[in-house]
Design a protein around this ligand. Structure first.
Ligand SMILES: *[C@@H]1O[C@H](CO)[C@@H](O)[C@H](O)[C@H]1NC(C)=O
Length: 228
């Protein structure tokens, strides 16, 4: 994998070593203390764990709150393998084409697309994730090719995009299918990650299990209504 894609996929290496420093500081210093922890020590440790997870939970709230109102789209970052699959699909369109990621989360797919020269837009309801993505994109020198918009993805006009990407949840796919049938350009591609469009035959399916990615042309989306 190239170094740039690596930076998009693993931005938190520094944060990890920080937490390791914290845990070594908390370990008991004498062998006696390690072999026979008192009840008080045990309750202190349990208390510290509860406090720590409460604090971490609080920090994560902006990252797990619903991405939009109609159906809550949880923030689950794309896996490395999903990012690579989507990046490989993009190579079928010429750089400069416009890519949109609906519910862009931390923006990693948008940035991976920008690294391949695509003019990429992320649509995300959660302001924290929009701000994070803009900052991250700027720090990777990708801000000229990326836009992050805070918007309900159902309200995003899909007409101007050549590739439309969605990491969806099953309950929203029918609504999205109707939207695509109306708004998608005839030569655009729709890339569904995690869940396929209901009763539509994809052009192809890549990957397996939770990393599956389905690719549709507009004709495949419309064909899905005829077969109903
Ligand atoms: C990318 O697309 C946006 C339209 O959303 C446009 O304003 C911008 O100029 C484009 N950027 C490039 C580098 O083509």
């Amino acid at each position: 994998m190239d170094k740039d894609l690596e930076a998009v996929l693993h931005p938190n290496v520094a944060a990890k070593s920080h937490s390791e420093v914290g845990s070594s500081r908390d370990s008991p210093k004498t062998p006696a203390a390690r072999s026979a922890p008192s009840t008080l020590q045990k309750s202190l440790v349990i208390g510290a764990c509860v406090a720590t997870s409460t604090v971490i939970g609080g920090l994560l709230i902006p990252f797990v709150s619903p991405g939009f109102r109609r159906i809550a789209l949880p923030y689950v970052p794309a896996t490395d393998s999903q990012v690579k699959l989507v990046a490989s699909i993009l190579t079928r369109r010429t750089p400069g084409s416009r890519v949109v990621d609906l519910g862009s989360g931390d923006g990693r797919l948008v940035m991976a697309a920008a690294q391949k020269g695509f003019n990429s837009t992320g649509v995300e309801m959660n302001w924290w994730l929009v701000l994070w993505s803009r900052w991250r994109s700027y720090s990777l020198g990708l801000s000229k090719l990326t836009q992050f918009i805070r918007q309900d993805l159902y309200k995003c006009d899909l007409k101007s995009y050549d590739v439309i990407i969605l990491f969806g949840v099953s309950g929203m796919m029918e609504t999205i299918k109707k939207k695509l049938a109306v708004e998608m350009k005839s030569d655009s591609l729709f890339v569904a990650c995690r869940f396929p469009l209901p009763s539509a035959t994809p052009l192809e399916q890549l990957g397996a299990g939770i990393d599956s990615v389905w690719v549709y042309r507009k004709s495949d989306v419309i064909g899905g209504f005829r077969s109903n």
